[in-house]
Design a protein around this ligand. Sequence first.
Ligand code: C2E
Ligand code: CA
Ligand code: CA
Length: 274
Amino acid sequence: KKEGKNKFRLFEPEIQSSIERSSTIRKKLSEICGSHYGLSLAYQPIITHDNSQYNHFESLLRWHDDELGSISPAEFIPIAEESGLIHHLTDFVVKQVVNDLQEKVSRLPDDVTFSINISAFDLSKPSNGLSTLYDALNSNPSLAKHINVEYTETALMEDEALVLKNLNTLREKGIRIALDDFGTGYSSMTHCHHFPVDIIKIDRSFIHDYHSNVASRNIVDCIFYMADVMGLDIIVEGVEDQQTCESLKSKAFGMQGYFFAKPERLESFLQSSD
Ligand code: C2E
Ligand code: CA
Ligand code: CA
């Protein structure tokens, strides 16, 4: 475009290097599938009204590669989804969360919950990530009350019947279901009618300008109203300042954002037992 009309180039260098990076990431992901080498979990607290200590956390996947350094999940999760490798990552996350719950349960409050992000691909195709979760719940049913599952409604839900079946199974086992990134993309109130949903997570794109943008504020207030009518809890994402916190704390079941805490290793949120 910069060179004027009627000039075509098949590949700009940036496009070429972005394609190369994606393919490197894909290759590296396939290499670590079995070992989970370089993967870890960060946890971000979700603050609720009655909190004097942190008791709700979202687990967020972290990947450090020796050569590429730290890679954001926003970059590698879509590549894992496209290449069918996501199930291995979900498998890692589920095992780690279950392990953290079991190992550190004595240092955690009784009503602690850990949220797991489950990809639409795990729900709409046979997934060893989901099987690992079912196995863990079958051998220890009391884990269910400590686990929430977050998923994002996407166009990728090819097999809606299987998604529905999986969500219903999770819920029957006692897991609470959160619809993530609400307000963006495809997520809608209609979805909440047809699929089992307990919690709506309002996307941070509406929260970060709640005070400065009338449209965002109206949308958020409208979602609060509808969630109330439908008996759903709301978690607001991306709370970054006091003003937003003050405006939303009486309305939301939970709040999450850098104002309270960034995602960190679980240990940094646990009270020392010694
Ligand atoms: P998400 O599920 O919406 O997770 C929230 C993201 O917002 C996290 O980014 C978190 O660090 C970030 N965040 C939280 N509070 C604030 C804030 O106040 N300001 C800003 N600017 N950001 C905030 P993260 O960890 O980079 O994850 C990005 C996305 O990658 C996640 O969005 C989720 O879609 C995906 N993801 C992360 N971990 C997993 C996982 O274990 N499985 C799957 N399937 N997806 C994951
Ligand atoms: Ca999430
Ligand atoms: Ca989200």
